[in-house]
Design a protein around this ligand. Sequence first.
Ligand code: NAG
Ligand code: NAG
Ligand code: NAG
Ligand code: NAG
Ligand code: NAG
Length: 685
Amino acid sequence: MGASRNRLIALGLVLSVASKAVAGVLPDQAGSQGTKGNQGKEPLNPGFETGNLQGWQVVSGDAFGNKSVTDTASYWGGPFHQDQKYFIWGITQAGEAAVGELKSSSFRARSVMSFLVGGGYDPVKLYVGLVRDSDNQLLLKQTGTNDEALIRITWDTSKWAGQLVHVVIHDSSTSESWGHINFDDLRVGPHALSDGDGLTFQVIGQANQPAHNPAACSLYAADPLRPQYHYTPYQGWINDPSGLVQWKGRHHLFSQFYPDAPMWGPMHWSHVASTDAVHWREQPVALSPPSTNMPGDQSGRFTGSAMVRGSELDLVFTDFTDAATHPGAIQQSVAAASSSDGINFTLYPRNPVIPGPAPSFPIDFRDPKVFYDKTDNSWKLVIGATNGTQGQVQLYRSTDGGPYSWSHVGVLHTGDGTTGSPWECPNLLPLGDKWVLFYGGNSLAWYETGTYNGSVFTSEKRGLVDAGPASYAMQWYKDESGRDLAISWMGNWPTSKWPTRVNGWAGQQSITRELFLREDGGLGSRPIAELDSLASGPAKNLGRLQVGEHTRRIGDGNTARVKLTVNLGETSASAFTLAVFESRAESTLVSYDVGSRTLALDTTNGGYGQAGKWEAVLAKPHNGKLTLDIFLDRGILEVFAGDGTVMSATVWPRYKQSTGISLVGRNGTVAVGAASVIPLGSSWC
Ligand SMILES: *[C@@H]1O[C@H](CO)[C@@H](O)[C@H](O)[C@H]1NC(C)=O
Ligand SMILES: *[C@@H]1O[C@H](CO)[C@@H](O)[C@H](O)[C@H]1NC(C)=O
Ligand SMILES: *[C@@H]1O[C@H](CO)[C@@H](O)[C@H](O)[C@H]1NC(C)=O
Ligand SMILES: *[C@@H]1O[C@H](CO)[C@@H](O)[C@H](O)[C@H]1NC(C)=O
Ligand SMILES: *[C@@H]1O[C@H](CO)[C@@H](O)[C@H](O)[C@H]1NC(C)=O
């Protein structure tokens, strides 16, 4: 672990030098050098469009050969995004485990270059490297993302402009999983930055990561993939929100966290705090994995929740022990930690507080969520489990009025087979005149609304917490004013892609939402009012207008909020589409079909992220007014419909110009009652 931490620190230093060039200087520099560098040698067959490795040299191993060059357009997870026809797919010559190195012809460096990379994440064993011919020095490196699809990486090479260099595609990974690297379209000079027609690539890649400076309000502004007002880790990986609480006025958001790589690993808890649940401030890591001397030990502090007890703030969480390195250990138990300052958490010395599942229950037993149960005035916790075939939630009751002693009440609820097994991250709360149980199962976030008598939950209605692809492990908390708030992980294992791994980080949390019971008895979400404070300038208000079949640009921005009210009674169109993150090359579409009341999200041509289509049928709007409240944040979006339906997605546009926001009607006109586009700023300022 120490070695990889050093690697990140080393990267940070190298990258901070390059970061100045990233914020817009790069294109001009490249342009001004455009003709001067042109007498130099250009790389041969830079996009493999000969259909083979002509012009490239196999330096070593058998990982690369003519069979590496393929014209396959898509894989199980979507399109490869290659340039033109051919590219290098690192498994097609000799499989995952093969090793080798491929070398380009020699070319003269100019101030900038770019290329497409995909395949395994391993900064040491899988990378595209820039090597100087004269001394064979490796000048820059870029690894993959554990995704097949290709992402454009841009390098500032002004330091070496004029020198002879070459590119190596290096694979010394023998791993049978993500042991290969993909490559395409090497570009040198101004052409590296744009795709013609005025479209310029986002400048991304590990060599462009801005230096970490927690004091700087502009933190993250230089990384074009970085959300500005959704919590992300500076480096490393986050997943489930944990320990959500408002305590002594401040909101606390902890996240499952692995600091050493943008990948899941031994779990820590990262920590940010806020006075308004919008503007976050970094806090020290709250929980770290137990120290270990076993290589590959994945033990760590899994998802859990917070409990306020007098002047103490307690955390109750799953302690995960890796059975592969600790044979015979109970894998999932419940542990506690407490703090008197909300910063420094001390593990309870007599952990675990629940040693494992009750006798005869399977080992899956995780993500305890504590709540105060007014049905019998006690602290309780729900925990995700399985009965072997069906997802299940187990219920426990505190016997000491605190986090240290729990008795098993019984099975709160068992699934009927349609929502997966085991269940994870359960939450139980009273809302309106119902109780809501929500949980993760089958890699989707489900809610059930119904009744609860202090020991058993009876379901009346079920649905998805979020109708989009990027939501899992939502956690609820009641704030000091009594609102029911929630934050969800904007990620999900089967559908998510993490192109931001090229910049060293992965994962983001949703904005803070307020939960409410919808009129149809389902679980609804709306953005909290405090989010209004993110406005960084005046709203562009369009007022009433009729939009027909000619696309109408209503605004511009990729860090913005779009509010739209449509008077359906005066609308003759059968449907309308709002395009966001739009340029000539790509866009993300939010459509509404008036007849079927279907809200649809289409990210098929959105960018590097999840490509697909998702739908939800909305409730019949009041007074015939449909409202949409849409949050755009660099590469991600959250769509809130007036009835409480929410759709979240991660899109990651490929071009800087993909900031358009436009509206179009189908077969008639759309009667817009009001439309506004509000520029939003950073939650770190
Ligand atoms: C690839 O095929 C070309 C054309 O047949 C051949 O000249 C070349 O040697 C081959 N390269 C490799 C690495 O096998
Ligand atoms: C954290 O709390 C523990 C226990 O109260 C204490 O021993 C330790 O000094 C504290 N550390 C810091 C940095 O405050
Ligand atoms: C799990 O629960 C379901 C629903 O109650 C039941 O049908 C099934 O038999 C249970 N499975 C086991 C292994 O107990
Ligand atoms: C709650 O409901 C269950 C199932 O109907 C029943 O077995 C249990 O006794 C009830 N508990 C209380 C406290 O009423
Ligand atoms: C709507 O317009 C499209 C062309 O834009 C046309 O193909 C379609 O038939 C029309 N549908 C109706 C119901 O008018």
